[in-house]
Design a protein. Structure first.
Length: 196
């Protein structure tokens, strides 16, 4: 059975009560070494980027494991990571000065909004339009929380640029640093990645 395209945001979205959650726990991001971890992209390239590039989005995860699979698992079927690729990546823990108010797209919130799991795992174009509509909602949410595409047990977060001043990065080091070696070995084993 061929599914129809994912529904667009409903015209009355601004009047709907959004499915919300608050996040107070640390967030995690893997980013290129030498670049800021708090990069709110405006390229309209990733899933929840603003389609017209009018606001930035920062992608993080609720656990280092989620940040790892979202960064290195994007090419489905690729089972080998190059050591050079890991050497150019750094792990950062991110804290917020207040609870982050997020639209919850991890469960029943999808149905309540008139959406389904394709919003967080299929074509990026509808997801970007939903992101723009949720960003424009009168509740002025800080972002969205959703399941990682390659490991649905992992919770990911797309943060809108409006919450930038509440965030503080804490560098954990490059992924090939000795202090992260045990964690990286565990992650490679967990996802059955070889290291070249």
């Amino acid at each position: 059975m061929i599914l129809p395209p994912h529904p667009e945001p409903p015209p009355d979205l601004a009047k709907l009560r959004l499915p919300m959650c608050e996040m107070t726990a640390d967030l995690w991001r893997i980013h290129p070494v030498g670049r800021t971890p708090l990069h709110f992209g405006r390229m309209a390239h990733h899933r929840f980027d603003a389609p017209h590039r009018d606001f930035g989005v920062l992608y993080v995860a609720a656990a280092a494991k989620g940040a790892f699979i979202e960064t290195f698992g994007q090419a489905t079927g690729i089972r080998v990571l190059a050591a050079a690729e890991l050497a150019q990546a750094a792990l950062c823990r991110i804290t917020a000065s207040r609870p982050l108010r997020l639209v919850d797209l991890t469960g029943s919130g999808l149905a309540r909004l008139g959406a389904d799991a394709r919003l967080t795992s299929a074509n990026h174009e509808p997801a970007r339009r939903w992101s723009a509509a949720l960003h424009a909602h009168p509740d002025r949410v800080d972002g969205l929380t959703y399941r990682a595409r390659h490991d649905p047990e992992q919770t990911c977060v797309a943060l809108f640029e409006r919450c930038q001043d509440t965030l503080q990065p804490h560098a954990e080091g490059a992924l090939l640093d000795a202090g992260l070696a045990a964690m990286v070995r565990e992650l490679l084993a967990e996802y059955d990645f070889g290291l070249a």
